[in-house]
Design a protein around this ligand. Structure first.
Ligand code: HMG
Ligand code: MG
Length: 300
């Protein structure tokens, strides 16, 4: 019998990962209404937006306004790929910054135009600067299971990259199945290994749900001792530079599973669905998560 955590922290990534690849332009005010509703649902940690090139990701061009207009409760992360992004994040008043690097060079080049090693090199002074300012740094480790260009990734490469970030001073690692291809055995094995190799590091799992294995992967990671999960309200999401990837695992479905397991999150599923209902008219795809469907049928 496995001992699962009593409490789990959900890091809501809907406003960032959920909307970055949305083909319909989402107005800043509509994003803000979504963010405020997610906070009302009990979300304490959230990825709000990204300070990335608006030429690469036009949907995140309003990052400064989003940070300035969001109540700074809990950790409100912004993504920054480089020194320029970090400076813009600091100037806007962000206190929690997420950097992101892929384990595989091919994905990393498509995503941030550098190899993995070049990115690390460029991030060294960024870490020093953010540390000087007392910023909490989250390092998002992409393509930790599969790369859309290189295929299967060896766990050792993931561990080595994670260790580099811990040595640099990362406060948290969010380890991602970018294209949603991992299975529960792989999830258990990798997170079990990371817990052993990095026992003092805050570890988070980030699953995309392309093949509908994300909930099973979360349960497997829980069994490996993970108690922090990224998820996106409405199951929105995907990286524009990871072909074949679809949305993140849905916050409302993850919280429901945890509720039924007796694991506390502090998040109200119905209120998450209310937040989903507010963003639904502004996104292109239909939202078909289990709990949102029940909400729409007045069965919640
Ligand atoms: P580059 O073209 O190599 O950048 O792109 P550069 O340094 O050569 O600069 C070119 C221009 O971009 C210059 O402007 C810079 O000022 C500007 P110009 O002189 O031409 O007018 N620039 C910036 N502008 C705003 N903010 C910045 C910035 N940096 C440079 N931070 C760059 C390199 C990193 C900028 C680009 O590749 C980029 O923005 N990539 C972002 C990609 C992205 O956002 N991907 C999605 C997030 S990651 C993800 O979703 C995965 C995750 O969810 C986990 C998982 O699921 O795997 C986290
Ligand atoms: Mg992602």
């Amino acid at each position: 019998m496995f001992i699962l955590a009593d409490n789990v922290t959900i890091i809501e990534v809907g406003p960032r990962d959920g909307l970055q690849n949305e083909s319909k332009h989402v107005h800043t005010d509509d994003k803000q209404v979504f963010i405020n509703a997610l906070q009302r649902a009990g979300i304490k940690e959230m990825e709000l937006t990204s300070f990335v090139s608006p030429k690469w990701v036009p949907q995140m061009a309003d990052a400064e306004a989003i940070v300035k207009n969001t109540e700074p409760m809990g950790r409100q992360f912004v993504l920054a790929p480089n020194a320029k992004g970090a400076e813009l994040a600091l100037a806007a008043g962000a206190r929690s910054v997420a950097v992101f690097v892929g384990v595989s060079d091919s994905f990393n080049k498509k995503n941030i135009n550098r190899t993995t090693d070049e990115s690390i090199e460029a991030l060294l002074p960024v870490f020093s600067r953010l540390k000087e300012e007392g910023i909490f740094i989250r390092a998002c480790i992409s393509t930790a299971f599969y790369c859309p260009y290189e295929g299967k990734i060896e766990p050792k490469k993931v561990v080595d990259l994670c260790k580099k970030f811990v040595d640099m001073g990362a406060d948290e690692l969010s380890v991602a199945d970018t294209i949603g291809k991992a299975n529960p055995k792989q999830s258990y094995m990798l997170f079990n290994l990371l817990k052993k190799e990095l026992p003092n590091t805050l570890l988070t799992a980030h699953f995309h749900d392309t093949r509908k294995m994300a909930i099973a992967n979360i349960y497997a990671a829980l069994q490996a001792g993970i108690s922090r999960f990224d998820s996106s309200a409405g199951g929105l999401g995907g990286c524009p530079f990871a072909p074949g990837a679809t949305g993140n695992v849905a916050t409302e479905d993850v919280v429901n599973m945890l509720d039924t397991l007796g694991i506390e999150t502090g998040i109200d599923v119905k209120k998450v669905c209310e937040a989903v209902d507010l963003i639904a008219p502004h996104v292109s795809g239909p939202i078909e998560t289990g709990m949102y469907r029940l909400f729409k049928n007045s069965q919640l």
